[in-house]
Design a protein around this ligand. Sequence first.
Ligand SMILES: [Zn+2]
Length: 468
Amino acid sequence: MKTWLHALLFLSLAGGAAGQQQQPRTGPAPTPRYDLLLRGGHLIDPRNGINVVRDLAIRTGKVAEVAERIDPAQAFKTIDVSGLYVTPGLVDIHVHVFAGTGERRSYAGDNSVYPDGFTFRAGVTTVADAGCAGWRNFDDFKRLVIDRSRTRVLAFLNIVGHGMRGSRYEQDIDDMQPEPAAEMALRHKGLIVGIKTAHYMGRDFTAVDRAVAAGTKAGIPVMVDFGRAYPEKSLAELLTVKLRPGDIYTHVYSGLRGELDPTGHANPALRIGRERGVIFDVGHGAGSFTWRVAVPIIQEGFWPDSISTDLHAADINTSVKDMLSVMNKFLALGMPLDRLIQCSTWNPAREIRQEQIGHLSVGAPADVAVLRLEQGEFGFMDVYGARLRGKKRLRCEMTLRKGKVVYELNGLSRPDWVTLPRNYRATGSPRWDGNRLSSGALGRQPLGDLRPAAVDPAGRASPSRRGP
Ligand SMILES: [Zn+2]
C-alpha cells in the first residue's frame, strides 16, 4: 500500500511526458497493469508484418500488448511518441567490443570499443562481436565485457584460438582448430552464435574450411571476412561451393575481393550464393564500404540481407559512426523504411538464430528503438571519404532495453524542471527508467520541498530557488 501511495504521489508530481500527465485519482483506483506505455507511435515490426500507428505496452521487461489504443490509465507511465517510429531494438551482428585488456593494435584490446557507449544512443540493443576472441580467450571476453554490459552482447567465436590479436596470430593455421572452437561454442549455446574467420591472407581455403568444420560441429553459422581473394581462392568458389546455406558473407560492398567484377557489374557469384542460401551482410567498417562498389551492385537489385557496422575504434569517428549512420546510407540509396528496419532487426536476429529478439511480439523482450525521421540536407561518407547526399535520416530519440529507458535524446519521458518541487530529486521510477540516478534506484531519495519552484512570467524558474 505504501508503495502504491508513493507511486501515486510520484505520478501526480512527475506525470507523463508531453501532455500525458495523469490526474490524481479520487477513491480506490486499480493498480495499473503495465509499467510503461508508448503511445501513438508508428510501429514497424517486420517479423509481424506491422507498419502502422500502434500503442505498445510493457510489463516486467517484456512486450505486454500491441493495440490500436491502450488506455493510459492502465500504465504507471505513458510516453507520447506520436510522430515517431517505434521499432524493435536494432541488432548489429558485426562489431568489435573486446576492450579492456590493454593490448595494443589488437581487436582483443585497443582496437575494440566498449559496447554501451555506442549502442543505446543509436537504438541498438543487441550486438554480436565478430570474432575478437577465440576459444583461448573467450572466457576473458565474457568476464571483461559480456557479463558487464547492459547491451546484449553475443559473439562469433574466431576460428583462430587467440582471436584477433594481430596478424602473427591470425595467419597461424596451426591455431585454427575446429574441435576446441566447437566445444567452446557448445559450452556457451545462445551466447556464441557463430564462428568467424577473418583477415586470413593465405592463398588457400584452410581458414574457411576449418571455420565451417567448427560451425558444422557446433550447429551454428560461419561469418566470413574473406581476407584476400586469388585466382586459386576465388569469391565464386567461396560462395558457390565452400559456404553452407545460412553462412554469412560480410563486407559485401567492399570491392576488395571481386564483389564488383571488372566490367562494373555485380559478380554473378553473389546471386548464385544467395540462391544457395548464403547470407550477405554489410560489415561497413573502416575499409569495407565504398559508393563506387555499393551503388552499381545495388542498382542491379542486390541489397544486403543484414546491415551491420563493423564498429571498432578506427571507424566510430570516421565513416561508420554508429548503426543508424550506416542504415541512413541505405535509406539514401532508396531502401524502403520497413525493409531498412527488417535488415537491422528481424533479419540479423534470424541469421544468428536468436528468434526471440528482433521483433515486438507479445512476450518478447521489450528492447525498443524510438526513431525520428528527419528531413533536410545531409551527407553520408564512404570509407574513402566520398560523400553521397541525402534528404532523410533517422535519429534515435529513445532506446529501451528490457522495458527501461536507457537512452533518450530530448527527454521525451521527462517532466519540465520548472514543474517540479524546489528540491526535486529522482523524476523517474525503476519500473521504466533505466538510469539509476533519475529513477531513484540508487536508494530512497527525499522528494524535498513539495512547493513548485518560483517561475517568472517568461516561464523560467528563478535560479535562486533551484534545488541544492
Ligand atoms: Zn570486423
